[in-house]
Design a protein around this ligand. Structure first.
Ligand code: DAH
Length: 342
């Protein structure tokens, strides 16, 4: 019996110590110690040997069993430790590797410039308003002293939806909405998309305007000049000067076109200003008394000024952008130049 058990034990210990993984180890447990296992078979065979020899034989078998259990336990711990080590190796990350850089977006140049313009005028106490982009003919034209079939309509190539409804051609209709619904004093700024049937390097069928309107008692052209001087210095640079040229808009009288000294050459004359030293930036004037009347404001008591400017135009001048289409193509190499802190 001892010999049999020794052979079995030796074989078991060798196999156990050579087990490759926990599955193989479990198979060995079943092979030797399981219900039909080899050592269990020896134990069952005890009944066939003489009763006086049984205790000694049982002891031998039990010792072998303990030795096998001990070896299994030891090997199991060893395999677990190995598996853990393998997992750690597999999951190892190199914390010294540089991280992946996130591609950051940036404000669109038109939004950068719009925000700057809004900041300047709100610092003067202007309040931001909005108006509809799909507008009645009445607000876009008639209230602003441009009757149906008046030649002044030719100044703006209009997308009509029907006889009475159109895509607003400027932000000026917001003036009429605000004057109709509020009492002076009024000091508002409105911005947004406007539409005209135009498309070339300096015109786009959709572009953005900002409109200003001030209505109060004792407002003069000097107030307009003072505000626009400050605006020009704020949006371009400290040395920028403005110049008023007489012009015509049906909704203002007198009307002016406002030029600023060229931000590229400072007034010397260059390519940007076509050698003149001046660049036209906006239209403005004193609100026509007919517009006041149309909107229910007493022109004997109140007066005011208004101005309207194109955000694309200011952006192109400020950054020396030669073609307006660059602002709408969403070419990332172009847009990423406006990222702050580059
Ligand atoms: N609405 C004019 C345009 O789009 C710009 C303009 C001129 C607006 C004079 C005004 C203004 O408010 O007073 O061409």
């Amino acid at each position: 019996m001892r010999e049999k058990v020794d052979v079995l034990l030796k074989e078991a210990l060798i196999k156990i110590s050579g087990a490759a993984d926990s599955v193989g180890l479990n198979d060995l447990r079943v092979k030797y110690l399981g219900r039909n296992g080899e050592l269990t078979a020896l134990l069952k065979g005890l009944k066939d040997i003489p009763p006086q020899d049984r205790p000694a034989a049982g002891k031998i078998i039990n010792e072998a069993r303990e030795a096998i259990e001990e070896a299994l336990k030891h090997k199991e711990e060893q395999l677990k430790a190995q598996e853990k080590q393998r997992r750690i190796e597999a999951e190892r990350v190199d914390i010294t590797m540089p991280g992946k850089r996130q591609a950051l977006g940036t404000l669109h140049p038109l939004n950068i410039v719009k925000n700057e313009i809004v900041d300047i005028f709100t610092s003067f106490g202007f309040e931001l308003c909005d108006g509809p982009e799909i507008e009645f003919d009445y607000y876009n034209f008639q209230a602003l002293n441009i009757p149906k079939d008046h030649p002044a309509r030719d100044m703006q190539d209009t997308f009509y939806i029907n006889d009475n409804i159109l895509l607003r051609t400027h932000t000026s209709p917001t003036q009429a909405h605000v004057m109709e619904s509020r009492k002076p004093p009024i000091r508002i700024l409105s911005h947004g998309k406007v539409y005209r049937s135009d498309d070339d390097a300096t015109h786009s069928p959709m572009f953005h305007q900002i409109e200003g309107l001030v209505i109060d008692t004792d407002i003069s052209l000097c107030d307009l000049k003072g505000i626009l001087d400050e605006f020009a210095r704020g949006i371009f640079n400290e040395n920028t000067k403005t110049r008023f040229r007489p012009s015509y808009f049906p909704f203002t009288e007198p009307s002016v076109e406002v030029d600023v000294t060229c931000s590229m050459c400072g007034g010397e004359g260059c390519r940007l200003c076509k050698g003149t030293g001046w660049i036209e930036v906006l239209g403005a004037g004193m609100v026509n008394h007919r517009v006041l009347l149309n909107c229910g404001i007493d022109p004997e008591k109140y007066g005011g000024f208004a101005f309207g400017l194109g955000i694309e135009r200011i952006t192109m001048i400020k950054y020396g952008i030669p073609d307006m289409r660059l602002l709408f193509e969403n070419e990332v190499r172009f847009l990423s130049q406006f990222r702050k802190g580059r």
